[in-house]
Design a protein around this ligand. Structure first.
Ligand code: ATP
Ligand code: MG
Length: 231
């Protein structure tokens, strides 16, 4: 049976889509069959991993209701089913858990790039096996992480990944505080992923981090491998 993993933080811009796409690409490279789903109808997964003009009409909603979703193949073993919009019928929400069970049979990993769309996310979180939380090392974002840990089933939270890290005094302080706060919990606190300008070029190229062999990319790959071990 495949696993469902949700990348979640209620705050915007912390690296949810970055982490989703790079973890998914890594798992696919290791010969797993991987599907990316999202509760964010901006479908930014496309911006990271697929070049060319993209248009789709039928996504997750059409798939769940009528088996008519368009799956996009992003690379070998890696697929994406985009989300049409944020209007969800009760019928869709009722059928979604059944669809997620089918995903478990079809894919080794289903990875959800989540955003705070309440009813949809509630179903995703209910069905998920693991939650990975990207964050910034600052006060406001870490408060939101603490709130999130109270909202979700904490047993499912496998890792917290500090992203866009600049090793300033201040960020170090918050990163160390996060580690200290959770030192007795089984939640893995990864090494921080630095803020790297290299990612802009990576996005333009639509390649994943695994396709680069420079030192910066390798540092990030190592951290992602540590996270993959937890899921
Ligand atoms: N480690 C990093 N270094 C530099 N830039 C980064 C890093 N991680 C992410 N970014 C950039 O920050 C922006 C936000 O990242 P991303 O889209 O993954 O966040 P998000 O949490 O999915 O945002 P949203 O809430 O809008 O969906 C993107 O332009 C991304 O390329
Ligand atoms: Mg996003």
């Amino acid at each position: 049976m495949g696993k469902i993993i949700t990348i979640k933080n209620n705050k915007g811009g912390v690296g949810k889509t970055f982490l989703t796409t790079q973890l998914a690409s890594g798992l696919a490279l290791a010969e797993n069959k991987v599907l990316i789903l999202t509760s964010d109808s901006q479908n930014n997964v496309f911006d990271y991993l697929l070049s060319g003009f993209l248009e789709f009409k039928n996504g997750l909603k059409a798939e769940v209701s009528r088996k008519e979703g368009e799956y996009f193949r992003l690379s070998k073993n890696l697929y994406f089913l985009p989300l049409e919009d944020n209007k969800f019928s009760n019928q869709f929400l009722k059928n979604l858990p059944v669809f997620l069970d089918e995903c478990r049979e079809e894919y080794d990993y289903t990875i959800i790039d989540s955003t705070a769309i309440l009813k949809l996310d509630a179903v995703f979180l209910e069905k998920t096996d693991s939650i990975i939380i990207p964050t910034y090392a600052d006060e406001v974002t870490l408060k939101s992480v603490i709130n999130l840990l109270k909202e979700v089933d904490i047993k499912k939270v496998k890792a917290i990944v500090t992203n866009r890290y600049r090793a300033s005094q201040n960020q170090k302080k918050y990163y160390e505080a996060l580690k200290a706060d959770l030192k007795d919990s089984p939640i893995f606190i990864s090494k921080p992923i630095n803020h790297v300008s290299f990612l802009e070029n990576m996005l333009d190229s639509k390649k994943s981090i695994w396709q680069f062999s420079n030192k910066t990319a390798e540092q990030i790959q190592e951290i992602l491998l540590d996270v993959i071990e937890q899921i």
